[in-house]
Write a protein that binds this ligand. Structure first.
Ligand code: 5GP
Length: 389
């Protein structure tokens, strides 16, 4: 069901207008677009006596996949540091989701999906034929999913720019191969493309976010993008009108941002940077005093104290570091749209998750929502005139 998200003080539906600058007319979209730091959620009188009573599990029915499930809709991003099998192992039993990164080989994937049911794990592919071939190969080697719960139940089709027609065709082709799987596809940031991916592509969930990621430089390099809170509000409205879902991807730096994404209407929220630096990540760790040295992904040196992690090298999947690791460098026709940073060690991912779920429960209590399902209906944003962090 479509719902309208309230933003106190902001203008309603966007309109494109012609704006004259001297003799020249330029197209401008009217109405301000907002990001997480532009708003807060207004506390309201509530009959809830305790935040512990708030239910943050939600039941999902999908537009195309014949699945009904109850999940906690937090998703680990399909980045090679964060979308790991160890992450899926940890988040799965909590009812949370992981989009595996694309760089596991066939044998690793077959082992992983054969070991036990992986209902919360997305098999991630891009748009290359090799990706589809790998998916089909792994799928062929697995038991049929209906019979024992094993197999590939969820597919994430990820591309930096989901606006190309070939992408919609690609998603449609994957839907033909996997009529019963939950398919998440993106990224886009505007309602018309959400509708196209849901209806023409056959996606169940559309991934929303162009430019908000913590290690993304798309806005700086290309000048393109869309403030993430507005993108979520507008895309959720389009998706819900079609019984589809969206996954807000990127830009959450702290639990309050995850809360705002759900308040804005996100059905799922995907996290990269917030989960980076936890024990469940893969990659180049720096240890107290010593560093592991690598050539590509092959380690050639050892650390003195492997139990004392200090920081993790976390990089965007379009960064020079990622292209160096996976594509043999940056191609001549493209430029990097990601950066690298060092993130401090955070311990178990469950410590981070507990902060997020604690924030969510508390936010529901502040606005009188008994469950995450009710939260967007209960939430009213207020626009703030300064950064409040
Ligand atoms: P975060 O939670 O770290 O703010 O955002 C994670 C998301 O950033 C990912 O799921 C992905 O959509 C996006 N992302 C990851 N790497 C890159 C990159 O190199 N360039 C761009 N433009 N986006 C990236």
């Amino acid at each position: 069901m479509a719902h309208t998200q309230e933003v106190a003080g902001s203008s309603p539906a966007p309109t494109t207008c012609l704006f004259s600058i001297g003799q020249i007319q330029m197209k401008f979209e009217d109405g301000i677009k907002l990001d997480f730091e532009d708003v807060l959620i207004r506390p309201k009188r509530s009959t809830l006596s305790s935040r512990s009573g708030v239910n943050i599990e939600k039941v999902y029915n999908y537009l195309h996949a014949s699945v009904q499930e109850a999940v906690v809709p937090i998703v680990a991003a399909n980045m090679d540091t964060v979308g790991t099998m160890a992450m899926a192992e940890k988040l799965g039993p909590e009812g949370m989701q992981t989009c595996l990164h694309k760089y596991y080989n066939v044998a690793e994937l077959v082992d992983f999906f054969t070991e036990k049911p992986r209902l919360g794990t997305f098999f991630t592919i891009g748009v290359k034929q090799d990706d589809v071939d790998k998916l089909l190969t792994v799928d062929d080697m697995l038991p049929e999913m209906d019979k024992c719960g094993l197999g590939i139940h969820k597919i994430c089709i990820d591309v930096a720019n989901g606006y190309q027609k070939v992408f919609v065709d690609h998603v449609k082709r994957c839907r033909e191969f996997f009529p019963d799987a939950v398919i998440m596809a993106g990224n886009v940031c505007t309602p018309e493309m959400v509708s196209e991916l849901l209806i023409s592509g056959g996606a169940d969930i559309v991934k929303i976010g162009i430019g908000p990621g913590s290690v993304c430089t798309t806005r700086m390099v290309t000048g393109c993008g869309y403030p993430q809170l507005s993108a979520i509000i507008e895309c959720a409205d389009a998706a819900h009108g079609l019984n589809g879902h969206i996954c807000a991807d990127g830009g959450c730096r702290m639990p309050g941002d995850v809360v705002k994404a759900f308040a804005a209407g996100a059905d799922f929220v995907m996290l990269g940077g917030m989960l980076a630096g936890t024990d469940e990540c893969e990659g180049d760790w720096e240890y107290e005093g010593w560093i592991n040295t690598h050539i590509g992904r092959v380690q050639i040196g050892t650390s003195l104290n492997p139990d004392k992690k200090k920081s993790l090298k976390f990089y965007g999947m379009s960064s020079e570091d990622a292209m160096e690791a996976h594509n043999g460098g940056v191609g001549t026709y493209r430029t990097s749209e990601g950066k690298s940073e060092s993130v401090a060690y955070k311990g178990s991912v469950m410590d981070v998750i507990q902060e997020i779920t604690g924030g969510l429960r508390s936010a529901c209590a502040y606005v009188g929502a008994r469950s995450l399902k009710d939260f967007p209906k209960c939430a009213t944003f207020i626009r703030t005139n300064r950064v409040h962090y």
